[in-house]
Design a protein around this ligand. Structure first.
Ligand code: ACO
Length: 353
């Protein structure tokens, strides 16, 4: 029987290791705490360790969400996992999380909408619930960006060593500094369950414009070449994403307010009816601008970029876990999810909590 509605009954998150403050990054490339904080609002981030993949972080977040939901993992009948930094080129990390949780046989779907993943994930959960295909769905957003950071001196970054890095290493990292300072690792997980309450997605406006795919993409390691990974790709730093930060910034501050207004208009509600704006955290200045455009007070757009940086698909579920545990997020609220990710994928969703 399809559900009348569905709600989040448990949330969890996990970030690996100790926080790495901005000053530490200044030891491996030309940057400063002042520049990073002023331009992005980030103070620190976490990095996955060697051998630690998105599925490991995702599993830890999922276990917390399952514990909070007070369910047995065997009650989960679908897993949706979002990551842009999977453990392997294939298979996807969703299958690995299912195995780690001890629930083999449960269908596990990978999606790749980068920082826009929570929106697309919500729509998939909505479809699964409304079609009756599932009653308990685990959504996981997990990222291990450490693998594309432009330095090799990890002991300096983690604070285990204080030596000077070579001029060559510093120059190599400098070329990617505007990208490298933004991203951090972590995972968030949400357990959705069918309910008789009228809860769930109210309205959604999502879009994709592949013409801007190269605004943020990884040039190396794809199946356009034979073999799909060549020795010289590493020398060309082709494993490190290329990002046009200004283009994405402009895109975000234009498209996110548009999507927010459009979804409210379609739902027949005002922006003032929205309790919380749960926005992806790519840059504090982007969110500040969007918030001002929407006329929303600061306390209605919770932020955590200062502590985690941009954790891509992990961000919105981590934020939802934090505001659930702090009590800011409550049942019955009308909340808006706002996100934009590489692809470019973006949009806004109104959710009755
Ligand atoms: N430290 C110090 N200086 C730096 C750094 C750094 N880390 N990075 C760049 N600079 C320098 C630049 O070289 C430039 O110097 P110049 O003026 O001498 O040429 C100066 O700082 C200004 O650079 P801009 O690129 O103009 O800085 P801007 O204010 O645009 O900020 C940033 C750059 C933070 C990348 C911003 O554009 C941004 O956040 N864009 C959005 C990125 C984004 O959203 N990415 C994620 C997409 S979501 C996903 O799917 C993962």
């Amino acid at each position: 029987m399809p559900a009348r509605g569905y709600e989040i009954i448990g949330t969890g998150h996990h970030v690996p290791g100790e926080p790495v403050p901005n000053d530490r990054l200044a030891r491996v490339m030309d940057t400063s705490d002042e520049w990073i904080f002023k331009r992005s609002g980030i103070r620190q981030r976490h990095y996955a360790g060697e051998g630690e993949g998105a599925s490991d972080l995702g599993t830890k977040a999922a276990r917390r969400a399952i514990e909070a939901a007070r369910i047995d993992p065997a009650e989960i009948d679908y897993i949706v996992l979002a990551t842009m930094t999977p453990d392997y080129v294939f298979p996807g990390s969703a299958a690995l999380v299912g195995a780690n949780l001890g629930i083999p046989g449960v269908p596990a779907l990978d999606i790749r909408q980068q920082c826009g993943a929570m929106l697309f994930g919500y729509q998939i959960v909505d479809g699964l619930m409304k079609s009756g295909a599932a009653r308990t769905v685990l959504f996981v957003g997990a990222e291990a960006h450490a693998g594309f950071m432009p330095w090799e001196d990890w002991d300096v970054v983690t604070g285990d060593a204080t030596r000077e890095v070579t001029a060559e290493a510093r120059a190599r990292a400098d070329a990617h500094r505007s990208l490298a300072v933004l991203f951090g690792d972590g995972a968030g997980a949400l357990v959705f369950r069918a309910t008789d309450r009228e809860a769930g997605l109210v309205k959604m406006k999502i879009h994709t414009d592949g013409r801007h795919a190269k605004a943020l993409y990884v040039p190396g390691g794809g199946f356009r070449t034979r073999p799909y990974w060549k020795k010289d790709m590493f020398d060309e730093q082709a494993h490190i994403p290329r990002m046009d930060g200004r283009e994405l910034f402009k895109f975000a501050v234009t498209k996110l307010p548009q999507a927010a207004r459009a979804v409210c208009e379609e739902a027949g509600v005002g922006l003032g009816d929205v309790d919380l704006f749960l926005a992806h955290q790519a840059n504090d200045r982007i969110n500040e601008y969007v918030r001002e455009q929407l006329g929303a007070p600061r306390e209605r757009m919770p932020m955590n970029i200062d502590r985690f940086g941009n954790t891509s698909a992990g961000t919105v579920p981590i934020l939802i876990d934090e505001v659930t545990r702090s009590g800011l997020l409550q049942k019955g609220q009308l909340n808006m999810i706002l996100a934009l990710g590489a692809g470019v994928h973006w949009g806004a969703a109104l959710v009755r909590w």
